[in-house]
Design a protein around this ligand. Structure first.
Ligand code: PEP
Ligand code: MG
Length: 414
């Protein structure tokens, strides 16, 4: 092993995320002086089966930092950053729990990312190239969350995310720039309809007008697409994040109560009225069967599991068996290491489940997931509105990759 890839030191420190909360950044340094960092993002609408985030009582992450500086630093010193599997297995062993509750999923994912980035740097190649090798060919389709509700916004909308999907374009940049036109049109429409400029944004940079009903939000988004001249090229998606409006067998939405079976019709009716290509977490995180019923009804919609699977192969296996979804969210911090994330993606791909590499609602400006999405050749990347630095850093990184390496846009192949 060369000095440029042999770990000399691992240190953690606290930085800020996009909600102004503290999060952990881990920095790895090799004997050859190569060094890079990894950040832990943070969710607000988390699945209950996610890796546990280690947080102090006051919301800080000083205990996580202490663990990195002592336990993790001691265990990984002299390891080769090029041996990601050995690093991640050691992190798993140090923790020893099923949900990373001992040393924290935030400490493990920040370390795992820092090690991978340092490895790529030690070889002097791009992160996405290190992950994907020479076969890397496509840029993913962005899922842009331009209108926010649920736990990410201060309005009364129960659906968490109203998404635009710029599918039929020749390049990632064209797709993204068309999306910004629609995003701006949406702001104009809100001003026109409600006589006031609602400057409030949700956690992921989408507008958050004071609406209550799903159809009002869908009307706005669909009108913005049509008025921008992109009907037939740009589709609609939603992340219902429905565990957050589900209680004791009842979904409460649009001022009414729905049984789980009634919710099947609720979504099917919306998919009849609007060009809904993508629907994430339509049912609560335990209802694998109703996901399957809905997916079998909606042939043209990619029903997707996020809280349902939490990037965990055990739950994805169950979803595959039951034919619950044709898509899955991939959030590395839900599981806690990159090696586990790669295993998860492999299982999904083997079963023709579409991959959506995703940010969290609490992000830093690091663009690592853009490289991850390109490296694993995901179908989609979901990283918020085309506004606000912690979201644009990911989109701008893909623009850079497209420009410098001539990758093709995946859109029309979907
Ligand atoms: C990104 C999401 O939200 P959070 O990070 O709050 O879980 C999501 O639910 O897809
Ligand atoms: Mg989600």
């Amino acid at each position: 092993m060369s000095d440029s890839s042999r770990i000399k030191k691992i240190r953690g420190y606290q930085v800020l995320d996009s909600r102004g909360n503290r999060t952990i950044r881990v920095k790895v340094e090799t004997y050859g002086g190569v060094s890079d960092f990894g950040d832990a993002p943070a969710g607000a609408s988390k699945g209950t089966r996610e890796a546990v985030e280690l947080r102090d009582k006051d919301g800080g992450v000083t205990e996580a930092v202490r663990i990195v500086d002592s336990v993790i630093n001691d265990a990984l010193r002299d390891f080769d950053v090029l041996n990601q599997l050995a690093v991640d297995r050691t992190l798993l062993k140090l923790d020893g729990t099923v949900n990373k509750s001992r040393i924290g999923g935030n400490t493990t994912i920040a370390t795992s990312i820092a090690v991978l980035k340092t490895a790529a740097k030690s070889l002097n190649i791009e992160y996405f190239r290190y992950i994907g090798g020479p076969k890397t060919r496509y840029t993913p389709i962005p899922l842009l969350n331009i209108l926010n509700g649920g736990l990410h916004a201060g309005n009364m909308l129960k659906i968490q995310e109203f998404i635009i999907i710029p599918k039929d374009f020749d390049s990632f940049s064209d797709a993204l720039f068309a999306s910004t036109t629609i995003y701006k049109k949406l702001k104009d429409l809100i001003t026109e309809r409600y006589g006031k400029i609602y400057t409030a944004l949700g956690d992921e940079g989408g507008v958050s007008p004071p609406l209550e009903k799903t159809r009002d939000a869908l009307d706005l988004v669909y009108t913005a697409i049509k008025n921008s001249g992109y009907e037939g090229q740009v589709y609609i998606g939603m992340d219902a994040a429905s565990s957050d409006f589900y209680n004791d067998g009842v979904y409460e939405i649009d001022g009414k109560k729905y049984s789980p079976d009634e919710m099947i019709d609720y979504y099917a009716n919306l998919a009849n009225e609007y060009p809904i290509l993508y629907l994430e977490d339509p049912f609560n995180e335990n209802d694998f069967d109703r996901f399957a019923t809905l997916q079998s009804k909606l042939k043209n919609t990619i029903v997707t599991g996020d809280d349902l699977y939490t990037t965990n192969v055990e739950y994805l296996k169950k979803g595959i068996e039951k034919k619950s979804t044709t898509g899955t969210i991939v959030k590395p911090n839900q599981i806690g290491t990159l090696s586990e994330t790669f295993d998860y993606i492999e299982l999904a791909k083997k079963n023709s489940i579409k991959i959506i590499v995703s940010h969290r609602s609490g992000e830093t400006e690091d663009h690592f997931i853009a490289d991850l999405a390109v490296g694993v050749q995901s179908d989609f990347i979901k990283t918020g509105a085309p506004a606000r630095g912690e979201r644009t850093s990911k989109y701008n990184r893909i623009i850079e990759i497209e420009r410098d390496y001539g990758l093709e846009y995946y859109g029309k192949r979907l």
